[in-house]
Ligand binder design. Structure first.
Ligand SMILES: *Cc1c(COP(=O)(O)O)cnc(C)c1O
Length: 363
C-alpha cells in the first residue's frame, strides 16, 4: 500500500527524507562500521552527533546562551514530576488549566508541593483560553505552569503570557511537547520549556528540556540524581546513558528543518495547512470544530461529525483512502487530525478531499 498520510497525535509522522537517510546509515554510520545504536555514548562518533544535534537545535529555536539544553528521558509525564522536584523548593506552584495535559501536570505536582489553579477553562469544555489578565498567581509562586499546545483538546497559546507585565516575577514553565519547533519561541518570557520528542521532533524516548541557568541547582534532596537538572547539565546530558538513537534521529530532523528554511518558514507552512483545514470545517454542514478561533491549535485539529453514528464509516473510508489514525482521543471522542511539521500540505489536501467526498455521500 505504500506510505500513507499519517495523522497520529504521537508517536507521529516523520519526514520521509529523514527515514530514508536513517535507513541508508542503519548498518554503517559514516564509515564507522557501526550503527548509531551500537555506539558508546562516550565515543567520539556519538559525541559528534550529540554536539551537532545540540547546536542545530540551539540555532533553529534561537535558544539564548543563558539557557541549557538537556536531552533527558521519561517523556512529558515524567517532567510533570521532575519540574517540581527541581523548581518548587517545596513551595507553591500555579497552574493554568486548559485541557487534559495541564490537568495531569497539576495532579502530579500536588505530590511535591502546594499546586494551585491560577485559571481554568474547564467550564466551557476547554474550548477557550483564560485571558492572562484573569490569572490568580500567588506572590509566593515558585513557577507558573502552562501547556502551550493542548494535544487532546486542540487549544494553543498563540502568544506566550508575559508574566512580568502581570506583575509576576515567577518563571514560566511551558509544556510544549506537541508544538515545539512548529513556531518560534519568545525565550524572554520562558523559564523552562519541556517536551517529549515523539510529536514533532523524532522518535519516542527523548525528552527535551530547555532551562534558564539560574533555575538549575535547586533540586529537592530526594530528587533522583538522574533527574537533577544540575547533574544532567554538568554532564552534557550524559550523567546516565541518554537515548542515543532518538537523539540521532532528532538531529536528522533538525537538519531537515534547516534545509526547509528553519522554524519561521515551517511556521508559515503550518499556518497554511491549519487554515486550509479549519476553513473547510467552518464551511461544512457535516463537520464541526468547537474551539474558539483565537486559540485553535495549528498542530492538533479535533473535529466532530454532526451525525456521530457515521464515525465508523468515516474512519473506514479514510483508511481505504490511505489516511490513517484520525480517531479522536477517547476522552473527547470524534476525530482528530494531527498535522505536525512532517505532514505535507498535500496530506491535508488529501484529507479535505476525502472529507468532502464523504460529506456528499451523506446527503
Ligand atoms: C504527549 C504529551 C505529553 C506526554 O508525553 P509522554 O511522552 O507520553 O510522557 C505531555 N504533554 C503534552 C502536551 C503531550 O502532547
Amino acid at each position: 500500500m505504500g506510505r500513507a498520510f499519517n495523522f497520529s497525535a504521537g508517536p507521529a509522522v516523520m519526514p520521509e527524507a529523514v527515514l530514508q537517510q536513517a535507513a541508508l546509515e542503519m548498518l554503517d554510520w559514516h564509515g564507522s562500521g557501526m550503527s548509531v545504536m551500537e555506539m558508546s555514548h562516550r565515543g567520539k562518533e556519538f559525541i559528534g552527533i550529540y554536539e551537532q544535534t545540540e547546536s542545530d537545535l540551539r540555532e533553529l529555536l534561537a535558544v539564548p546562551s543563558h539557557f541549557k539544553i538537556l536531552f533527558m528521558q521519561g517523556g512529558g509525564l515524567a517532567e510533570n514530576a521532575i519540574v517540581p522536584l527541581n523548581l518548587s523548593q517545596g513551595g507553591a506552584m500555579d497552574f493554568v488549566i486548559t485541557g487534559s495535559w495541564s490537568q495531569k501536570s497539576l495532579k502530579e505536582a500536588e505530590k511535591y508541593g502546594q499546586a494551585r489553579v491560577a485559571a481554568t477553562s474547564q467550564t466551557d469544555g476547554f474550548t477557550s483560553m483564560p485571558s492572562p489578565a484573569t490569572w490568580k498567581i500567588g506572590a509566593d509562586s515558585r513557577y507558573v505552569h502552562i501547556c502551550s499546545n493542548e494535544t487532546i483538546h486542540g487549544v494553543e497559546f498563540h502568544e506566550l503570557p508575559d508574566l512580568q507585565a502581570l506583575g509576576c516575577d515567577a518563571p514560566l514553565v511551558v509544556d510544549f511537547s506537541s508544538h515545539v519547533a512548529s513556531r518560534p519561541v519568545d525565550w524572554s518570557r520562558v523559564g523552562l520549556a519541556f517536551g517529549g520528542a515523539q510529536k514533532n521532533l523524532g522518535p519516542a524516548g527523548l525528552t527535551l528540556v530547555i532551562v534558564r541557568e539560574d533555575l538549575i541547582g535547586h533540586a529537592l534532596p530526594h530528587c533522583p540524581s538522574a533527574f537533577d537538572y544540575k547533574l544532567v547539565a554538568d554532564n552534557q546530558s550524559m550523567y546516565n546513558t541518554p537515548p542515543t538513537y532518538s537523539i540521532y534521529m532528532a538531529g536528522l530532523v533538525f537538519q531537515w528543518l534547516k534545509q526547509r528554511g528553519g522554524i519561521a518558514a515551517m511556521e508559515q507552512r503550518n499556518i497554511a495547512k491549519a487554515q486550509f483545514l479549519y476553513d473547510f470545517l467552518d464551511n461544512s454542514s457535516l463537520y464541526v470544530n468547537h474551539v474558539a478561533k483565537d486559540c485553535r491549535s495549528r498542530m492538533n485539529v479535533p473535529f466532530f461529525l454532526r451525525d456521530e453514528s457515521r464515525n465508523e464509516a468515516f474512519l473506514d473510508g479514510a483508511k481505504t483512502a490511505n489516511l490513517l489514525q484520525l480517531k479522536g482521543h477517547k476522552s473527547v471522542g470524534g476525530m482528530r487530525a494531527s498535522i505536525y511539521n512532517a505532514m505535507p500540505l498535500e496530506g491535508v489536501q488529501a484529507l479535505v478531499a476525502y472529507m468532502r467526498e464523504f460529506e456528499k455521500t451523506q446527503a
